[in-house]
Design a protein around this ligand. Structure first.
Ligand code: ATP
Ligand code: MG
Length: 269
């Protein structure tokens, strides 16, 4: 899975990652995902029980890229009490009156928590840069600010994994078309998405800058080929499981002697 990690020092190029890449057999890969779902369920329980680490998963993608699909399929089986999803839409007037990390920091995970960001502070160097919502001299400072912010979170015990779900222009067209034609999917169609679609090259440039400048040792980016949903889900689940395994979590030891306790009775001699 290392192949999908953006090298912190490299001159990353988005066009070197093929959005329609997928290796392995589809049915077999789906089976493997089920095993990963089970393991993730166990790891999340340990995370909660141990109450030591904090885990932050950041999902970014173009419209229809599959953020919702990843949340649904990768976390299938995980105790809903154990994960929290924080979505970041266009900021409210109150949020705009504060610095851009104000609303983000409030949603960062606490000890024992796994939080998924559905969009994130990266919008503040993506949509904001593409539409020049603030002057360039303001947003261009944000890459370093974001790196500093994430380093602080990491140094305070947060494990951060960032995923860019990479689809191509043709795949987006197909997915939008499907939403348009299928009455059960029309609710997901947003005519405004077509305006953003026209800005695809600008968005790719903005994503490339993000991936080059903010993939760090403490908060790496993974670019996931996402045209094939089964491959996308498998890659994200594999990386997450591997990262969580690396925390070497343990169920806490009892601070009492279990053999000295009898339920509904007096202690054994
Ligand atoms: P869906 O897949 O359901 O469409 P979504 O994440 O695209 O989910 P939307 O409500 O369609 O949700 O879009 C949220 C919008 O909010 C996006 O267009 C995004 O660019 C915008 N947004 C998020 N953060 C910011 C920000 N800081 N400044 C401006 N716009 C933002
Ligand atoms: Mg949308």
């Amino acid at each position: 899975m290392k192949e999908f990690r953006v090298n912190a020092k490299g001159a990353f190029k988005l066009k070197d990652v093929k959005a329609d890449y997928g290796s392995g057999d589809k049915a077999e890969t789906k089976e493997k995902l089920l095993a990963l779902n089970k393991e993730l369920e166990m790891l999340q329980e340990q995370l909660y029980a141990e109450h030591k680490h904090k885990v932050l998963v950041i999902l970014q993608a173009m419209d229809t890229g599959g953020k919702d699909g990843v949340i649904r399929h990768v976390f299938e089986g995980v105790n809903p009490q154990g994960v929290r999803v924080a979505g970041f839409k266009a900021p409210t007037p109150l949020e705009l009156d504060h610095d851009y990390l104000w609303r983000v920091h409030q949603q960062a995970p606490a000890k024992g928590e796994l939080v998924i960001f559905n969009r994130s502070h990266y919008e503040d160097v993506l949509v904001v840069a593409v539409h020049q919502l603030v002057p360039e001299k303001v947003w261009c400072k944000r890459y370093d600010q974001i790196n500093d912010f994430e380093r602080m979170l990491a140094e305070e015990g947060t494990t951060i994994c960032k995923f860019f779900l990479h689809i191509d222009l043709d795949e987006q067209k197909q997915r939008l078309q499907e939403r348009l034609e299928n009455p059960d999917k029309q609710w997901k169609f947003n005519p405004d998405d077509l305006k953003e679609r026209k800005l695809w090259p600008e968005y790719m440039k903005a994503y490339e800058a993000v991936l080059r400048r903010t993939s760090t040792d403490w908060a790496p980016w993974y670019v996931v080929p996402s045209n094939k949903k089964w491959f996308r889900n498998y890659v994200v689940a594999s990386i997450l499981v591997k990262t969580l395994r690396g925390l070497n979590m343990k169920y806490p030891k009892a601070d009492f002697d279990p053999s000295a306790i009898q339920i509904d009775g007096t202690a054994l001699p």
